[in-house]
Design a protein around this ligand. Sequence first.
Ligand code: C2E
Ligand code: CA
Ligand code: CA
Ligand code: CA
Length: 273
Amino acid sequence: AMKEGGNKIFFFDKSMGQYAKEKFSMVHDLRSALEHQQLQVFLQTQVSSADHVIGAEALVRWNHPVRGMVSPEKFIPVAEETGLIVDLDRWVLQQAVRLIQDADAQGKRLRVSVNISPPHFADATFSDHVCHTVHAAGIDPTLLVLEVTEGLMLHDIDVVIEKMKKVGDTGVKFSLDDFGSGYSSLSYLKRLPIHEVKIDKSFVLDAPTDSNDALIIDMIYSIGNVLRIDVVAEGVETDDHAQYLKKYKGLIRQGYFFGRPQPMADWLRDNLH
Ligand code: C2E
Ligand code: CA
Ligand code: CA
Ligand code: CA
């Protein structure tokens, strides 16, 4: 029994060590990826209820020289744990702002949504940095949407509101992402100065067949109307999903049915001719 226990401990130590080593190597690689332009911004179309393309969400991809395309589901959590997320999110924000500028130079108003991770939002320089970036670029701030999640609520709500107001005063918009999946609270939704709420894709994916999910969508859509904020449904994968959502007037839609996330250049070629 002693021996067995010893082996177990050894195995445990080894796998933990392996895990730590892999994480360490990923942090190292990710830092150099940021420096060496291995990150790429993909864009996914957002469509109005009248079927017009109204803009796109920026989604980061890591084109790793050995591992190939690495999903953000893999490296965003590591970036969040290590604080690297601040630089990463800022890099994506910079790309988004440039995109809005380029579109503007072609006489087009392009709305771009960018994801802001909770530790990035919590950074003391968050609001100043966003205000400065938008001002320096001279873009119409209302074309920039910052997607935040309920993960923000782990922090003091008054501080969250104050930061959002500071950024919101410039005209930049906030969207509450993955709504319904986490700590959703109606009182938060009411108090936060946000312009948009995104229904978590888990509800959208099952709505045509699951009456509970359908009811949750009804509810979030009604709340959006009461609060006079935009409502976005993501995870619109199939024709069934798209048909199902037609009954919601003014609903913005996003998902594989309207287009997969595409490299920026491809998206621009297809959508900004
Ligand atoms: P998210 O912000 O909820 O983004 C939506 C995710 O759903 C994206 O995954 C998108 O590709 C995927 N998706 C889009 N349409 C469909 C559909 O019809 N069906 C299904 N099943 N999925 C769909 P992606 O690009 O892998 O990103 C995963 C998550 O990584 C994002 O979830 C977001 O939380 C995070 N992320 C991505 N880019 C950034 C970034 O620049 N900064 C930060 N902080 N997080 C990011
Ligand atoms: Ca998002
Ligand atoms: Ca989402
Ligand atoms: Ca379900």
